[in-house]
Write a protein that binds this ligand. Structure first.
Ligand SMILES: [Ca+2]
Length: 279
């Protein structure tokens, strides 16, 4: 008996490494977006078959999964993302707090791979936006804006697609609905963000004679965005979250989120009214 006990004690680390999730090293392509002390917060660490996105995670858990950081796999490699489960299983792709300590004035490579901290202000990364939204199913973009008086406005674009790097992560948006104004597909300010390529301070793909990402307001550059010439909306300007009349320098907003989830798999077809619903 004593020998068996010794054997078991000696084998314990090996047994735990086979069966226990928490002894595994956390592996994710964007591990840099989660500080080491927060690695223990990953809620599905050790899950064998990773969900494609947060919505699939919520379905897999029969609706029980709570808000937090999860491993997802929209492409070939695991990726960490913040999941807004209580709001319906959204994968958060951007979060900003006005005057954030996270710098959003970043290069093409940084916007491609993501930056910031997943449990705080961050950009998940254009490459992951592409991998998430390329399908096979349709995806919806959710926008959430909270102003200085804690009034929340929402908006959704369906479908939502970010094309690959070969076309400079071009933005493709469908029909809009929500309590916020449509600041991306309506050109009420003479700027149309739909169908624009992504621009960063080191890669000018916009329609202005200068680089919109480098234009400063009160000393802060605009940051990466799907600029026209330049912006009717920009959620990546650190000192002024901008969303036409809903968020601007007169009407300050405190927080913004961008998030994605699969569109409804079953939708009513509105015959004769869907001519504008093209991607
Ligand atoms: Ca330009």
């Amino acid at each position: 008996m004593r020998c068996l006990r010794c054997w078991l004690l000696a084998m314990l680390p090996l047994l735990l490494s086979v069966t226990g999730a928490h002894t595994e090293h956390l592996q994710a392509e964007n591990l840099a977006l989660l500080p080491p002390e927060e690695h223990k917060l990953v809620l599905n660490h050790g899950m064998r078959v990773l969900p494609r996105d947060c919505h699939e995670m919520l379905m897999t858990s029969a609706g029980q999964a709570r808000d937090g950081v999860y491993l997802i796999q929209p492409g070939d490699a695991p990726v960490l993302a913040y999941c807004a489960m209580q709001e319906g299983g959204w994968t958060v792709v951007q979060h900003i707090t006005v005057n954030s300590s996270v710098n959003f004035d970043r290069t093409w490579a940084e916007y491609k791979q993501g930056f910031g901290i997943l449990t705080g202000d961050h950009w998940l990364g254009n490459e992951y936006l592409h991998l998430l939204t390329r399908g096979p199913g349709r995806y919806t973009l959710g926008i959430k804006l909270v102003d200085k008086d804690a009034i929340t406005k929402m908006g959704e674009y369906d479908p939502f697609l970010v094309e690959g790097e070969g076309t400079a992560y071009r933005l493709r948006l469908g029909l809009y609905q929500g309590t916020a104004v449509d600041a991306l597909t309506q050109d009420t300010e003479n700027y149309l963000h739909d169908n624009q390529k992504f621009t960063t301070k080191d890669r000018d793909n916009d329609n202005y004679f200068q680089n919109c990402a480098k234009l400063e307001f009160q000393g802060v550059a605009g940051g990466g965005w799907w600029y026209d010439a330049c912006a009717g909306a920009n959620l990546n300007r650190r000192n002024v979250i901008y969303w036409q009349k809903d968020c601007n320098k007169e009407h300050l907003c405190k927080y913004a989120w961008m998030m994605v989830k699969p569109s409804e798999t079953v939708k009513l077809i509105h015959t004769g009214q869907c001519n504008k619903d093209e991607l």
